[in-house]
Structure formats: structure tokens, C-alpha cells
Ligand binder design. Sequence first.
Ligand code: FES
Length: 126
Amino acid sequence: MNDGVRTSLNASSGDGSGTSPLIELARLDDGGFAEVEATIDGDAESLLLYRDGDAVRAWLNICPHAGRRLDWAPGQFLKSKDGLLVCAAHGASFELGGGECVAGPCRGEALRAVAVDVRDGAVWLA
Ligand code: FES
């Protein structure tokens, strides 16, 4: 299990590029997760962020199995001993490089990636 972070900062100025960061990098532990909300293509979406050293990857917080959120409570994501993200609904397990499901009911499918940048000590929509 991994202590998560949740922020409700709205990242969008309406054009998708964003005028405020998704989250300060310092609030994301290395190897940790956070959940943020952002407007993407005009829709409010929950995003899962994962920090890997100086890099941060982001995906929609939607499981490809049955479309449920991956966290068991907002910002609280499960991580297995071998470093996989585990969907709280039915246990699908995702590797954290490309978000591919490697075990469970949607094996072979993948999370939907969202492009983000790290700059100025924060994470931004790319
Ligand atoms: S919705 Fe994620 S495993 Fe079923």
C-alpha cells in the first residue's frame, strides 16, 4: 500500500495547456502516487500521477477492466510488493512504465496515458 496525495488544483485554463501546475513535485514521494483533477479536452478528469525519480507519469484514473477508479479512496492507490499498481476494484495489476495490465481481468490492455511535464518544481499538463 502506498500513502497517496490528493489535490483538487484545476490545471486547465480551458485550452488544455494549463496555467497552474497539477501538483508540486515535492508533494509526490519517489515511487509514490497522487490523484489530481484536471480538465482535458473540456472534460473534468481524475488523473493518477506516479513519480519515478525525476520523472512523473500520468494516466486517467480509469481501469480498462470495468471503468472503475483505481484508488480505493481518493488518492489512495495500492502498490504490490513487486511494484505494480493494483486496481482496488478487482485486482488488475499494472506495470508503471507504460501502464500495461500484466495480471488480472484486463491483462494486455493499458491505462490511458496523459502527457505531463516536470518543470519549475511542479508537474504540468504537457
Ligand atoms: S475495474 Fe479494475 S480490475 Fe475491475
